[in-house]
Design a protein around this ligand. Structure first.
Ligand SMILES: [Zn+2]
Ligand SMILES: [Zn+2]
Length: 318
């Protein structure tokens, strides 16, 4: 008789300190001494805030609303420019970013979700998965619609190039103050501003829509992230270019999309449907859903596997 095998409940061991995570850690370590070296100035603050909001817009409109969700259409030249601009945020290649984000929506807050705060806790959802060696590769099948463009594959592979060009330009234009405040410090703040969507936006805020995940809406985080704080809206209708569905839900990224739509650069902007808008008006503060945790799902599948083997054994011995 075959020995009975019970599926393992253990999560694979993570390795956070590796060659690919070194630049992320180096920026954090360097930011404070560099700030003391160039000193505080309002000019430095202006570089920091300006580059933060400019690149947050690139991140929202480029990585998220275009490459991950195709909420509008572009021709190939502006598509490449948007990919280049998005990568100045130092968040790896557009194909890597969008493929992983599509997986988040496919399995939102289920055990297979890469960065679910509900499943893996705050630290892993915020930065742990970024540092981990487990998620370095791109599942190109998930992003085949954009991976078919050779110039997009090229800029995805050379994702270090746009931040390098930005850093050199800042140094030429503004010297050490611009590169320290506008690039190093601004990038660290930008990273954590972006990562709040994966961590805080599945914990803090109110739920307007009854989605199967724990996504929430927050005005404060919408201001910090150029509109991405309307995360519960976004999980309800991920193909809409707007994440603020109502006039009072501030969404800077959507306003920029509409301006470029008006200029003729952006086409076919997807809007939230009247049915979804009406649904959101009816429901206020929807309670969180029942979410199955990884441990209970693994335990349930282990029990099911053990029961199946037991049934097989008793069938064979009858
Ligand atoms: Zn989410
Ligand atoms: Zn999304």
């Amino acid at each position: 008789m075959r020995a009975m095998q019970t599926p393992s409940l253990e999560v694979p061991r993570e390795h956070y300190f590796n060659f690919r995570s070194a630049p992320f850690l180096a920026f954090h370590v360097a930011a404070i001494p560099l700030a003391f070296w160039v000193g505080f100035s309002w000019q430095g603050v202006a570089w920091c805030v300006g580059l933060y909001y400019l690149r947050m817009l690139f991140c929202c409109i480029g990585y998220h609303r275009y490459f991950a969700h195709r909420t509008f259409q572009l021709s190939r030249v502006p598509q490449f420019i948007l990919a280049f601009c998005a990568e100045t945020t130092v968040q790896k290649g557009v194909l890597w970013w969008a493929a992983h984000h599509r997986r988040h929506h496919r399995y939102s807050d289920e055990p297979e979700d890469i960065h679910s705060v509900v499943q893996r806790g705050f630290w892993y959802a915020h930065v742990g998965w970024i540092l981990s060696e487990r998620w370095l590769e791109t599942d190109t099948k998930r992003i085949a619609d954009f991976a078919r463009f050779p110039e997009i594959r090229w800029i995805d592979k050379h994702y270090w190039l746009p931040p390098t060009v930005l850093a050199v330009l800042l140094f030429i234009i503004g010297g050490p103050v611009a590169i320290v405040w506008g690039f190093v410090i601004s990038t660290v703040v930008l990273w954590h501003g972006t990562f709040t969507i994966n961590s805080l936006m599945h914990i803090i805020g109110r739920r307007r829509f009854d989605t199967s995940d724990n996504s929430k809406n927050s005005l404060v985080l919408a201001i910090v992230t150029c509109g991405e704080g309307w995360h519960n809206n976004h999980h309800r209708h991920q193909h809409a270019a707007a994440q603020g569905f109502y006039w009072w839900q501030i969404d800077f990224a959507y306003y920029v999309i509409k301006v470029f739509n008006w200029l003729g650069v952006i086409r076919n902007v997807v809007e939230p449907t009247p049915e979804i808008l009406a649904e959101g008006r009816r429901k206020i503060a929807v309670p969180p859903p029942h979410i199955i945790h990884a441990e209970s799902k693994a335990a349930a599948s282990a029990a099911a596997a053990a029961a199946a083997i037991t049934r097989q054994v008793s069938y064979n011995t009858v």
